[in-house]
Design a protein around this ligand. Sequence first.
Ligand SMILES: Cc1ncc(C[n+]2csc(CCOP(=O)(O)OP(=O)(O)O)c2C)c(N)n1
Length: 929
Amino acid sequence: MAAVHKIVFLQPHSEILMDKFSFLGNTSIDWIDEQYEKYRQDPNSVEKDWAHFFEGFEFARKNYDTDSQVPENVHKEFKVLNLIEDYRSRGHLFTKTNPVRERRKYTPTLELKNFNLSEDDLNTVFQAGEEISMGPAPLKDIISHLEKTYCESIGIEYNYIRNPERVKWIRENIELANRPKFTDEEKRIIFNMLNRATSFEQFLQKKFVGQKRFSIEGGEALVPALHALVQRGSRLGVKEVIVGMAHRGRLNVLGNIFKKQFKEIFSEFEGKEYEEYDADKEFDGDVKYHLGFSNEVITESGEPVHLTLSPNPSHLEAVDPVVQGIARAKIDNYLKDEKAILPILIHGDAAIAAQGIVYEVLQMSQLDGYRTGGTIHIVINNQVGFTTNYLDARSSTYCTDVGKTTLCPVFHVNGDDIEAMVQTILIAFEYRQKFGMDVFIDLLCYRKYGHNEGDEPKFTQPKLYDLIANHPNPREIYLKQIIEEGIIKQDEADQIIAKFGDTLEKNLDASKKMKKLEVMQFLKDTWKDLSPAGPNDFDQSPDTSFDKEKLVELAKKFNTLPKDKNFYRKLKKLMNDRLKMIEVDGLDWAMGELLAYATLLEEGFDVRISGQDCERGTFSHRHAVLKTEDSEEEYLPLNHLSDKQGDFSIYNSLLSEYAVLGFDYGYAFASPQSLTVWEAQFGDFFNGAQILIDQFLSSAEDKWRTMNGLVMYLPHGYEGMGSEHSSGRMERFLQLCAEDNMQVCNITTPANFFHLLRRQMHRNFRKPLIVFTPKKLLRYPKAKSKMDELAVGKFLEVVDDISVNPKEVDTVLFCSGKIYYEILEEKEKTDSGENIAVVRLEQIYPLPDKQMDKILEKYSNAKKHLWVQEEPKNMGAWSFLALNYETTRLECISRLASASPASGSPVTSAARQQAILDSVFSHAKQTVK
Ligand SMILES: Cc1ncc(C[n+]2csc(CCOP(=O)(O)OP(=O)(O)O)c2C)c(N)n1
């Protein structure tokens, strides 16, 4: 603290210092101390504001020996600096952002008395005006400037940002420029867009009485703001915009920003049947305010901008990571520049405040594997969530407070001040482009009707809705303003309103002639070379052979370390062991997996893997990223295969399932030519992302006509590791399986895993693939494959038992995954079971019915058909198989039905496992008897 005492040699100055920075807390005083030391050595080494501040102290110190000698005006300079600082830090609390009611009161206020200043000082000129680039100025002018900047229609929170360059940029852009100065032409455009937003809602209100549309009314400012953003964006190099938004205002944005034809929107209101895109499919479709859309719009500068609105479920905010993944895929796949795409997330105030996914997504925003160059977050803050008041909807002051966790600037804007909103979005956009970081805009508005248009809001918010009922709409307010400014005349405005009304009428007429509803394929261009799977596409897997010599060459390449880098000795041994596997022709799981990636990369596909600790692999099997021992430089062997190979990327993720799975799902949405994999640390952790499974993976194709080839690895297997580390909850996925919506596999050999991954890219369609991956089998001596098994063949949905004579088989035992090897061991150990055929079901869904029928036919002498699983009876694949093989008299051997998936005790677990095996063979013997 020494330097602080040095600065504050005059006690009152110390108090001022403490006052001025009291909000920083004690630790910050040390920081100020440090800054002062730096300043003393080189005044240019600290931020300009601080330099000014210390200059004042130095001045006081040089000229006066004791506090009593310090003239009052020097004291007052600091008081004014203090006031300026308070406007910057707390001004947003006093901004006039609420269009319909008074804000909560905050203390202390920004009144002069709270800074020990008075009205007598208003005409005094203060040097402190320098601080806000006014130069020496009378206090009244300083305050007026601060009021206009921080306390009219735009409030801003940014003073917590630690990066001086960002703070400086914000100050320059708001203290000098946040009062909107639009040209007459721009004002007309703003009015035109505002009118479109208003008229569209009023038209729907009249023509489709009582139908849900989740009107934007109250928050119409969104539409001119988005319009301006797209226009400005295209001028500054934005080629694509990707939007995620909920129900509120979605149809309006689709019609007015995305230029979806109004007749199509109206047609959706008329409730018609879908045009089936495949005669054999029962396409379900979705409600109109969940559908995605893409379109290319030509901006006023003549430049095209591609706009994408992601489809989303009702589950608020679930789409956020998906949008980020789509944006990142577009950057990686072809844009190659974060500034060329603009992600926008539009939230509701209740949802952004309470849904944890928002935080998870924000936490990804600056990470290497997940960054997208910054997102513009806009909150349609209508002050109510369904019927819940904001006071019951959050503990934080603002709904946007999550934005502060990653030190994003947050703007709060009065929704009745359309120009302020347009101005804010443009500043936010330029900030995003400059710093590649997220920015938040809290659009303070209201909701004209209830949650939907049939809802009565006065049940729950009678006072608020009295105010809203008597409040002029934003179009009326803005029109009045621009008429007063002489920009437009009333009759001209009436004509604009009438003309757009005509357009809507004509579209309504046209919509009535449309017989059926067509659901536009999302990201149509991206998917143009692929088509949805047909009914027979799962009968057989395609050939996924790969030239053996080339396989060996690839295996050697990615297991040979570069000579000029120094790696940890155990890593060198691991690579050598893998090279030996090639010689002895026994490839383990990692080799099968890595060879699948290598061959796909060699064929020109990209591969992206993400998940917790996936680079090394939770169970230390993968080692796809090698670190040098001395400098921890990263080396990715799979990126050193050949000049023409695809890109291999793998990222250890943040400790999130919901956001990361969503991101990778989004990535796969926009990357049909990339094998995109998300790996869970242990299988059951996926349930933190259950919304993604239910609302996207399993149902998207049926709702939205979309394809998605995301692969999920879920480590699974009963190895005595306890309740949470044993089961990947296969039953959950199987319950969701229908209409060939996804693939669920549990694999026993490296070769079959190799072919499964290759199959994922070698078909003309994409489906999510859920793979229950092993732990014990990663190193199990018998779970090895020969190079020939990889080189020739295809994925085997069912692996038959070739060790038995089918005629002598009286029991067919079906199983899946690791228990297969335990059954074999038990068979050997007990020297029994020659009469049992052990058949592995490697793909549980889609069930390989035809292949299973053949097997049942082959073992026609069999009297018993058993399904053996290590999971409790109420889990695993049993219920699903029982449902599908009702007629086969399949019996189940498993753990007893249980509430928890597995015992916490390894001893109990082993005993239960053994009981299953005992039962398998005693069952078989009984059959023999
Ligand atoms: C995860 C989730 N929980 C509950 C709901 C049901 N729900 C639909 S809209 C809504 C209120 C949303 O309020 P807000 O985020 O402020 O948006 P607004 O409708 O006011 O625009 C709720 C609770 C939902 N859609 N998603």
